[in-house]
Write a protein that binds this ligand. Sequence first.
Ligand SMILES: NC(=O)c1ccc[n+]([C@@H]2O[C@H](COP(=O)([O-])OP(=O)(O)OC[C@H]3O[C@@H](n4cnc5c(N)ncnc54)[C@H](O)[C@@H]3O)[C@@H](O)[C@H]2O)c1
Length: 255
Amino acid sequence: MGMLDGKNILVTGVLTEGSIAFEVARLCQEQGATVVLTGVGRSLKITQAMGRRLPVEAPVVELDVTDAEHLAALADKVREHVPHLDGVVHSIGFAPQSVMGGNFMSGEWEDVSTAVHISSYSLKALAQAALPLMVKGSSIVGLTFDGRFAWPVYDWMGVAKAAMEAVNRYLARDLGQHGIRANLVSAGPIKTTAAKHIPGFEQMEGVWADRAPLGWDSSATVPTARTVTALLSDWFPATTGEMIHVDGGVHAMGQ
Ligand SMILES: NC(=O)c1ccc[n+]([C@@H]2O[C@H](COP(=O)([O-])OP(=O)(O)OC[C@H]3O[C@@H](n4cnc5c(N)ncnc54)[C@H](O)[C@@H]3O)[C@@H](O)[C@H]2O)c1
C-alpha cells in the first residue's frame, strides 16, 4: 500500500533528472499517485522527455507562472488528465544573476521584481489557479531556502524566499476553510540547474560542509523529495503554514 494511493498530484518544476521535482514526481508515483507535470517555454519539450523517464509516463501541461492566460487555463488543462487534485507541488524559482552572487546593494527593482514574481507571488498564483480542482484534505507543498537569514551570495533570492514563506502562511490562513494545507520544505543546497545559476553557490555548500550535524550531500534530492511526498500524504493532517527543514540540522546550529 502506498502513502499516496489514489491521489492525483500536480508537480511543477521538472527540468532535468536532477530537479528536486523530478524525484518528487518519481516518489509520488512509487507511492501510488497519478502525476501531472507542468513545463515552461523553451524547456517544455525537455519536461515532456522527463515525463517519459518516470516509472509511469506523466502528461505535461504548459505553465509559465507569470502568464495570466496559462494560469487561467490551468484547471481545464489539468482536468483533461485527472478529475480533481489532492496535491500541488510548487518547485519553481528564478532570479536574474544581477541580483545574486554578492549584488545585493546594486540590485535594481526590475530584476528584483522578476525574482519576487516568479519565486514568491507564484505560490499564491499557482494555488489560486489549482483551487477549482483541489478537494478537502488537499496539500500544497513548496520549496524554500530558509529565508529567515542572510546567506552568502543568495541576496535578493533570499528576500524572495522570505516573501514566499510569508505567502505560505497567508495561504494556510485563507485555504484552511477549504480543508487545504499549505507547507514548505526548506532544503539545504543541492546542485541543480537553479543552484548552478547562482554565482558563488559553492560558498553555500561550504556552510553546510562545516555546520550540518548530520552531514549533507549536495548531490542528493531524495531526502528533500521524501519530505515533500510525506507532506502530500495524509500523515500531516493538522500541519499547515509550516516550514520543515531538510538541511542536515544546519538551521538549529549557532555560529
Ligand atoms: N537547489 C537548491 O539548492 C535548493 C535549495 C532549497 C530550495 N530550492 C528550491 O527548490 C525549487 C526547485 O529548484 P531546483 O533546485 O530543483 O532547480 P531546477 O532548476 O531543477 O528547478 C527550477 C524550476 O523552476 C522553473 N521555472 C523557472 N521560471 C518559471 C516560470 N516563470 N514558470 C514556471 N516554472 C518556472 C524551471 O523551469 C525549473 O523547472 C526552487 O524553488 C528552488 O529555489 C532549491
